[in-house]
Design a protein around this ligand. Sequence first.
Ligand code: SDX
Length: 428
Amino acid sequence: MLETAQLKIGDKTYDLPVIEGSEGEKAIDISKLRDQTGYVTLDIGYKNTGATQSAITFLDGELGILKYRGYPIEQLAAKSSFIEVAYLLIYGELPTEEQLKAFNFDLSHHTLVHEDMKKFFDGFPSKSHPMGQLSSLVCSLSAFYPESLKQNQTPEELNLSIIKVLAKMPTIVSWIYKKSLGHPYIYPQNKYDYVTNFLNMTFGQRTEVVDIDPVIVSAMNTLLILHADHEQNCSTSTVRIVGSSASNIYASVSAGISALWGPLHGGANQEVIEMLQKIQEDGGDTDKWIAKAKDKNDPFRLMGFGHRVYKNFDPRAKIIKKACDDILEKLGIDDEVLEIAKKLEEVALKDPYFIERKLYPNVDFYSGIIYRALGFPTDMFTVLFALGRLPGWIAQWKEMKEHKEPIGRPRQIYTGATNRDYTDIKNR
Ligand code: SDX
């Protein structure tokens, strides 16, 4: 017998079905609430609202658990590659050798962008924010691949648009970076794997082959894996709701990039480094800045701390923190901001303000320190988050379409002026 929830309104009692997920999460299904009761629910910020049923990513905020298609993030970060994880997220299973080979073959044959796209790159002011460029450039792919606008694409057509957006993203990201330096673009080379190709296009100073340090390739794979999906976060929910209107994949991903840009979301990784640098310039007084973060009259927040779901350690932050030490040591880099970050964490985790509010370091707290060590400028950090999150956005968009979910259209409670008549401007 399935559990039901009872809702009492006035002298009436309504039975609402309860559904349970494969990991024991429970939800009250209110999909017929308004028809039954005339009431809607109100949950600003959707803190208690499930938007869908998904088989892609599971996270437990209390226990600090994160799994992609059932595989613990710790195992994937230690043993897998970003492209293998992308395949897992999008198609639901770890690929066989043959499947992975075919996937890499398909990707490597769609890495070029149309030469006319260079006109868009040239149109941006050289110091404009890379996230604004990325969102525009990804959406512009729909202009070059109008077949993606077709409604009711066949599975093969839909998969081709998935391959194209996944394959072209590293080229677009690296060319945004090259343009910011005034350097020539470096073209993708099919013989490289996905991550090495990206690093070569990004850091290759010349058109010849650049020896990319395996430490950097490994670090980049780990960071991209850790960012690959995170269930119904702000940007993923944006990709799903835009896709629910039958908008094409490029426009849906472009909308997700715009949502990720926000400093409360993916933009936090840039904010963290800028915050650490400000603390460093201010003499490194972590107690002073912790006090500012706690002061309600001070707009300063400890960026990279806190999370809507994790009320324990973000498992990704744990892995990245350890990777920080390993990579900086291997690259022989001694970065003072890492020490400031560790001190902030140590002080904050003992402070009742943070303990009471269950504020722990999240994925953004340490990631920027590695990006910096790898040679990326701060304003590219959120673009790198988008590069990592792309397979998750694609997987969630694909699942929404496969489930034939209806167009997303939340309700509201109106609180404005009630009925009134128009008045002539002379009488106002
Ligand atoms: C990401 O959702 C995802 O999965 C996102 C993400 C992903 O992979 O997609 O994990 C990636 O976006 C990580 C989060 C990156 N953002 C930041 O690091 C920005 C700093 N963090 C916060 O702004 C905040 O913690 C949020 C936005 C992450 C979560 O905000 P919530 O859930 O809406 O919580 P809240 O703002 O209501 O805060 C609850 C309390 C408040 O204090 P009180 O009003 O109860 O007294 O905690 C305080 C807040 O003032 N608080 C902080 C704080 N974060 C929350 N105080 C100081 N510093 C902080 N960072």
